[in-house]
Design a protein around this ligand. Structure first.
Ligand SMILES: Cc1cc2nc3c(=O)[nH]c(=O)nc-3n(C[C@H](O)[C@H](O)[C@H](O)COP(=O)(O)O)c2cc1C
Length: 184
């Protein structure tokens, strides 16, 4: 299978997750193209399967991801596609809200876009203080401090459950093989 993983990332964690999913799908024998939607504008029709990722900033995903999905929603609905959302809320205890809020952002995004992926998941991200400029670092620290989370800005803090990422990649690999069987 020829698989596209298209993502939006601001501090790099969604990109790191995309790379992990890509590694797992390649191990399963697929060809994978990674596309950072900042600059790269791939066509879903050039691929057999599409995975999209985005991270939450101030309660929503990157506009470039929302726009790209809106532009290609018909193609995405006509093929097996998946979505993963990345946030701190999903980790719990780091922001004023928790996993339910992360899921609500994801549900609202899919509902508004009219996209019906085969599967979707909400994943915990990272506090990448070292990747933020001073203003963003201050804003992020303020968000996290309110909930009593990690405020040591001298380093990054990662909360991503890599087993959950592998499980999601496994689901994608399995659906492909079932589809492959029925297509024969
Ligand atoms: C300025 C800023 C605002 C953020 N706002 C939210 C938010 O509203 N809700 C949330 O759950 N996470 C929020 N986050 C956390 C990000 O979703 C998290 O750091 C994620 O790992 C970022 O992924 P990325 O590195 O791929 O951009 C925010 C992060 C920053 C830097």
């Amino acid at each position: 299978m020829n698989i596209l993983i298209a993502y939006g990332t601001s501090e790099g964690q969604t990109a790191a997750i995309a790379e992990r999913i890509a590694a797992r799908l390649m191990e399963a024998g697929n060809a994978v193209r990674l596309a950072d939607l900042e600059g790269d504008k791939p066509e879903p029709g050039d691929f057999d399967r599409v995975v999209v990722g985005a991270s939450v900033h101030f309660g929503k995903y990157q506009d470039r991801v929302t726009r790209w999905v809106a532009q290609h929603v018909a193609a995405l609905n006509a093929m097996p596609s998946w979505f993963y959302g990345v946030s701190l809320s999903e980790a719990g205890g780091l922001t004023a809200d928790g996993p339910a809020a992360a899921q609500a952002v994801l549900d609202r995004f899919l509902k508004t876009s009219g996209w019906h992926p085969v599967g979707s998941t909400s994943l915990a991200g990272a506090l990448k203080y070292r990747e933020c400029n001073w203003l963003k670092r201050r804003m992020l620290k303020a968000i996290v401090a309110k909930a009593g989370g990690d405020t040591d800005t001298s380093r990054n803090h990662e909360y991503t459950d890599w087993f959950a990422v592998d499980r999601f990649a496994g689901e994608i690999a399995r659906v492909q093989s079932f589809a492959g069987l029925s297509e024969r």
